[in-house]
Design a protein around this ligand. Structure first.
Ligand code: ATP
Length: 474
């Protein structure tokens, strides 16, 4: 078999860009190899398209370098880069037939007619559209139009093809077959494909390597297998395929506690008694008799999925998802076993659990027993608690003291939802305000990359006086 070349063809070095004062790409670094199919994957708004547009030359970064074949190409216009783009809305010319659409770029280059004919005919054969030369664009199906767009991008023989959600407009069935076709076209033509999608299955199916992005940063780069089997954190584990993501405590090397039980794992180097995130894929849980299980639970739901049964099992407060060829009755008690190798340990997304605010009391109201402090330009009132004006305080808000407020209310406005990870019991949500990140728990699903107002429940907070001012509590 031919060895995949590892020559780097394009590099992004420390790319940083803001739009309207907001950081869109936060110092990203990425090397893409020749002849590679690389997919940039991430939720809506995470910066995938911007990354692609920077490579294509449609957007200039505020800082950082774009290197093509060893040369810095910042400032080089798109048509001078050895790159071609396929957009989601193919941008084909409806008044031209298939041949003329594909030939368009070559005609602009004033290539001899016979050479154009040969190239276009060859390229149409590559994308499986032989015999469609005279067909009007408007008489083609979505999948065929997509292939014309790809042929048009490839015919000029660029080194790199950029594809921005090119299958987004197709229905699911067509999309699946086009995924395989695209991969085949890439292998036939031996070009570098850089593909943008928010669909994880698409990314895993087609790519040599997947770049997982979130909120303007690259979370992980790896082969589809690496990303699936060894996610670096709960965001990646959750985004790529189905996963049980649980809170755990790394007791020591190779010893993890989850759901109150101690299990053996293979990971080391997390220290002792360290809170971690643990991922167990549904297919890695073996169903046993209750007495043989490391964990025991009650089956709450079971659905036959063709190859396996999907079961939802209640284990204390937690819900565990299992894919098993064995089924179990709803309401029955089962045991669950996981081999150490299949327990994946990850650092928590945030280095803190409680949200700690250090602040100074700006106003005290003895009459109604409350005080105020300033937080990121907002005045926050703490009811049922009294500290003298000027007291320096540390306020620890556990994640369940935070909740999303209705429009127009809330202690803080416009927090950005960076990630939502279901932890078998509740969603763990990471929010970003102007100055910091917040950890919140929620029973409801929230949409990432949207803005929400936040309320604090100070009855769940812990207060600690930092500086020596007189303190009176009501
Ligand atoms: P999607 O999957 O929804 O296309 P994406 O991951 O490709 O999302 P980008 O299109 O790169 O995300 O956009 C990232 C962020 O930058 C978004 O919040 C978007 O609104 C913002 N953005 C993109 N282009 C511009 C622009 N020209 N001016 C201002 N903001 C922009």
């Amino acid at each position: 078999m031919e060895q995949t070349s590892k020559k780097t063809i394009v590099s992004l070095k420390d790319i940083f860009i803001k739009f309207d004062g907001e950081v869109i790409l936060n110092h990203i670094n990425l090397d893409i190899n020749e002849k590679e199919f690389v997919t940039i994957l991430g939720p809506s708004g995470c910066g995938k398209t911007t990354t692609l547009r920077i490579i294509g030359g449609f957007v200039e970064p505020d800082s950082g370098d774009v290197i093509f074949d060893g040369k810095r190409i910042n400032g080089t216009p798109p048509n001078k880069r050895n790159v071609n783009t396929v957009f989601q809305k193919y941008s084909l010319f409806p008044h031209l037939n298939v041949f003329d659409n594909v030939a368009f770029g070559l005609k602009l280059k004033k290539m001899p007619k016979n050479e154009i004919k040969k190239r276009v005919t060859d390229m149409l054969a590559t994308v499986d559209l032989k015999g469609y030369e005279k067909r009007s664009i408007t008489k083609l199906s979505g999948g065929q139009q997509q292939r014309v767009a790809i042929a048009r991008a490839l015919v000029c023989d660029p080194e790199i093809i950029l594809l921005d959600e090119p299958l987004g407009a197709l229905d699911l069935k067509l999309r699946k077959s086009m995924q395989l076709e695209l991969k085949e076209i890439q292998q036939k033509t031996q070009k570098t494909f850089i593909y943008v999608t928010h669909d994880q299955e698409e990314a895993l199916t087609m790519s040599d390597r997947v770049v997982v992005m979130n909120n303007g940063v690259i979370e992980q780069i790896g082969s589809p297998e690496d990303i699936y089997n060894e996610p670096v954190n709960a965001f990646v584990a959750d985004f790529i395929g189905e996963a049980n993501i649980l809170n755990g405590i790394m007791l020591d090397d190779c010893r993890i506690q989850i759901l109150g039980k101690e299990l053996e794992c293979v990971d080391k180097g997390f220290g002792k008694n360290t809170p971690v995130d643990v991922v167990i894929r549904p297919e890695d849980i073996e169903v046993t008799a209750p007495e043989d299980g490391q964990l025991v639970g009650i089956v709450e739901n079971t659905t036959f999925k063709g190859v396996h049964y999907e079961m939802s099992v209640r284990c204390g407060k937690c819900e565990i998802l299992i894919h098993s060829t064995k089924s179990a009755e709803i309401g029955s008690k089962i045991g669950m076993r996981v081999i150490p190798f299949n327990i994946q340990i990850m650092n928590k997304l945030l280095p803190f659990y409680d949200n700690v605010i250090e602040t100074t009391v700006t106003y005290s109201n003895q009459n109604d027993n409350s005080f105020e402090f300033e937080l990121e330009g907002e005045t926050v009132t703490v009811p049922d608690k009294y500290y003298e004006e000027g007291t320096k305080l540390k306020i620890a808000l556990p994640p369940d003291a935070l909740s999303l407020a209705g429009d127009g209310v809330g202690d803080l406005k416009d927090l950005y939802i960076e990630s939502v990870v279901y932890k078998g019991e509740q969603n763990e949500i990471i929010l970003e305000s102007d100055e910091r990140k917040w950890l919140m728990l929620s029973d409801t699903d929230e949409q990432v990359a949207t803005y929400v107002p936040l309320s604090f429940d100070f009855s769940k907070a812990r207060f600690e006086v930092i500086s020596e001012f007189s303190e009176k509590e009501g």
